[in-house]
Design a protein around this ligand. Structure first.
Ligand code: DOR
Length: 444
């Protein structure tokens, strides 16, 4: 099956170009194909922009184990509707993904249920070093250096040293320091004020854990990715870090701050917590100056019923995978940065950091994971229209300009303007991971 996408502005690695793109057998067969080459389908994309599908390297889709929140089908549909064609999912499911056998069970679930391409991290425990050493078919190892949703936690120095010294796959970590959180909890005492979430998981908790993890990565020359940077203070650590250390920021840490608890309450209760408005600004600056490498969502669905429990009984996490690209396109329209930068942060860099094969770029021979965006379209985010099973968004009521309108996964159109092709399934994502001892930057 072949498709010719005509008249779009195409986000090529060397810059935007007005060319046609020919897709055949799941791949980008030709860019600017000869006028004589024909296709089974033609898409007239006049006035639209074609970009590589977004790669979100941090989502939680709750499968197996928590189907009332999300599963690999509903989560991946939300991804497709947001222009996300590949996701890397976290191991804090039930059971946890902490062995090769569990990883392969999850890959089988992905194959059966996911409408976009999938990949799954293997989770670290204090005891599973042998599994981590031999893991494959995964982008890398996830460590919760601070506890979050679920019970995955490795915070003893000896266990952490062992993982960084003996495993070879790239490591990524949730960096919030348990001891600091514990001390803060004692200081705060009894409280049902959600604003205390950001006092409990404060700047120090983030900084102490990020500093510790980056030091381990440095000592063991271990490719390491800092998840969801949330504070201005962590940026100093990242600026001094070696080239094999990379980092990301999530949409909620760019857009929300402690002042928003009054309006949004537990909807913006996340780990790491949201911080001050000055942190938002510093994080935007760090993305623009290259200190932070990429943008992800940490899509972490919980039901509104669960969120309605008074803090601290309410769970941490918010859904975001279907709104991330639109949020960034809106900022492009506001003149904050270019669409090419969005492609760098949301498509190219995640592919580079995780050694994802044949994705992230519109290039001949690469997988035809594509999203067509209408930079002029306006739409208001509404809880009830969300595709995620949880049916809510922390951005409910916000009108954004610039939306994805069509999404292709491996050459097949999975979603068009709210309508899914139920026959489309994604594929297992393939990796050529960086390894311990690799001193280069993934962007070199
Ligand atoms: O707030 C969070 N929720 N942060 C995480 O790291 C995990 C996530 C979840 O799985 O709910």
């Amino acid at each position: 099956m072949s498709t010719r996408i005509r008249h779009a502005t195409v986000m090529l690695p060397e810059g935007p170009a007005d060319v046609d793109v020919l897709v055949a057998d799941g791949r980008i067969a030709a860019i600017d194909p000869a006028a004589s080459s024909t296709a089974d389908h033609e898409v007239d994309a006049r006035g639209m922009t074609l970009m590589p599908g977004v790669i979100d390297d941090q989502v939680h889709f709750r499968d197996p184990g928590m189907p009332w929140k999300e599963d690999l089908h509903t989560g991946s549909r939300a991804a497709a509707a947001g222009g996300v064609t590949t996701f890397l999912e976290m191991p804090n499911t039930n059971p946890t993904t902490t062995s090769q056998a569990r990883l392969e069970e999850k890959l089988a679930l992905g194959r059966a249920k996911s409408v976009v391409n999938y990949g799954f991290y293997i989770g670290a425990t204090p005891e599973n070093i042998e599994e981590l050493r031999h893991a494959h078919r995964t982008p890398g190892i996830k460590i919760f250096i601070g506890s979050s949703t679920g019970d995955l936690l490795v915070d003893e120095q000896a266990a952490l040293e062992r993982i960084f010294a003996e495993a070879t796959l790239p490591i990524t970590a949730h960096c919030e320091d348990e001891a600091t959180i514990r001390r803060n909890r004692e200081r705060i005492g009894e409280s049902d004020d959600v604003r205390d979430h950001s006092r409990l998981r404060d700047v120090e908790a983030a900084v102490v854990a990020t500093r510790r993890a980056v030091a381990l990565a440095e000592a063991h020359t271990h490719p390491f990715h800092v998840l969801h940077v949330s504070t201005a203070a962590e940026l100093e650590i990242l600026r001094a870090a070696p080239p094999w250390v990379t980092s990301e920021v999530c949409l909620h840490h760019l857009f929300f701050h402690v002042g928003d608890y009054a309006r949004l309450g537990t909807r913006i209760q996340m780990n790491p917590s949201v911080k001050e408005r000055s942190d938002n600004e510093a994080l935007w600056g760090a993305l623009l100056d290259g200190t932070i490498d990429l943008v992800a969502t940490d899509h972490a669905p919980h039901t509104l019923e669960e969120k309605a429990r008074p803090w601290p009984a309410s769970p941490s996490g918010l859904p975001a995978v279907e709104n991330s690209l639109a949020l960034m396109l809106h900022e492009v329209n506001r003149g904050r940065f270019s669409l090419a930068q969005v492609v760098t942060w949301m498509c190219e860099r995640p592919a580079q950091v995780w050694g994802i094969r044949n994705k992230g770029y519109i290039r001949e021979g690469f997988d035809a994971d594509l999203v067509l965006v209408d930079l002029g379209r306006e739409r208001t985010i509404r809880d009830e229209e969300q595709v995620t099973k949880t049916k809510w968004s922390p951005w409910h009521g916000e009108t954004l300009r610039g939306w994805p309108v069509r999404t292709w996964v491996m050459g097949r159109e999975v979603w068009r303007d709210g309508v899914f092709d139920p026959s489309v399934r994604g594929e297992e994502t393939l990796f050529t991971p960086r390894r311990r001892g690799d001193l280069s930057s993934p962007f070199a």
